[in-house]
Design a protein around this ligand. Structure first.
Ligand SMILES: [Fe+2]
Length: 317
């Protein structure tokens, strides 16, 4: 073996060891620090008719709450200080089975004092089961593995406090005499969605029409948009959960393009209609993949403002 071969092998070993060390450091950072670095994102979206006052919408998603996440519970409770006009929760409240309900109710308690709406996510319907973390990067479809959760009591806790259950339902909130119309579907990732039950032109008398769903599947974003929902709110993607700095998300964990895995973008349909899409990167992870990288856990305060030009409601649809 030549001296050059020895040198190359030594350098290769050093590069490999360096990459391994960097990976381990990133993993430790993502699981111990960033995963708990909760933050509030803020976006303004022109979505209201001219002359209307702004509305503050707190969008929370993918809490994935377990029994011991007391710090997360207290942080979510503190969001009430934002004083939103209403709250939208786009699913995956649970990181376990029915035993987690008291923690979920405690976390949401102060938020339930505000008007709100909710839909379920795949991790609400089924208790998470151990699986390879790499599965998140290789599959966009979900199995219905895991113990089924009876969501009835949790739904009752929410609706008894006034939140609207939007699982395959349409409904509306009145905020200071202004009508906000909603259409929602149950979790698409586990095929609980039934858009046909809410299909049809959205409420023409509302100031704004909002579509609510957990997994932002294109097969649903388009009918929502073509039915006249100007704003679509979703979660599920965790923003890609492990993002590559200066590149972005590698996956969305659904059929949405990873470039739209978080924050505000637009959705265009073949029929020529457009909606605004906000995907919340969410506050948690599966208990079996407890890492976030370059994608802090977040809730979002959306400020809906009036359009300075023409009312969005007049847009062709
Ligand atoms: Fe989730």
């Amino acid at each position: 073996m030549s001296a050059l071969t020895n040198l190359t092998g030594f350098r290769g070993w050093r590069v490999g060891a360096g990459l391994l060390g960097a990976g381990a450091t990133a993993l430790a950072y993502g699981s111990l620090i960033e995963r708990n670095a909760f933050t509030v994102r803020r976006f303004e979206i022109e979505a209201l008719p001219r002359g209307m006052r702004s509305l503050r919408v707190l969008h929370i998603s993918d809490v994935h709450l377990t029994m011991k996440q007391h710090r997360k519970v207290e942080w979510i409770r503190s969001l009430a200080a934002l004083k939103p006009d209403f709250v939208v929760s786009t699913g995956d409240h649970l990181g376990g089975d029915e035993a987690v309900f008291p923690n979920v109710i405690r976390a949401h308690g102060p938020l339930l004092d505000f008007p709100g709406v909710f839909v379920w996510g795949n991790n609400d319907h089924f208790k998470p089961v151990p699986k390879s973390p790499t599965r998140y990067f290789t599959r966009s479809t979900a199995s219905r593995a895991g113990q089924r959760v009876d969501l009835g009591p949790l739904a009752t806790e929410f609706t008894d406090r006034g939140w609207l259950d939007l699982n395959n339902r349409r409904d509306a909130l009145e905020i200071d005499g202004v009508r906000i119309a909603f259409g929602g579907v149950n979790d698409p990732h586990t095929a609980h969605d039934h858009y046909e039950r809410i299909a049809g032109p959205a409420d023409p008398d509302a100031a704004v029409r909002i579509g609510v769903l957990h997994s932002p599947e294109p097969r649903l974003l388009s009918p929502f948009t073509d039915d006249g929902y100007e704003l679509l709110l979703a979660g599920h993607t965790h923003g890609g959960q492990v993002r590559v700095p200066f590149y972005g998300a590698l996956v969305s964990n659904c059929e949405l393009d990873p470039s739209q895995a978080r924050w505000v973008s637009t959705w265009d349909t073949d029929a020529g209609n457009r909606s605004t899409l906000h995907v919340c990167a969410g506050l948690g992870t599966s208990p079996y993949a407890p890492v976030r990288f370059a994608c802090r856990p977040e809730a979002t305060l959306l400020t809906l403002t009036a359009s300075p030009d023409s009312p969005i409601r007049s847009r062709a649809r």
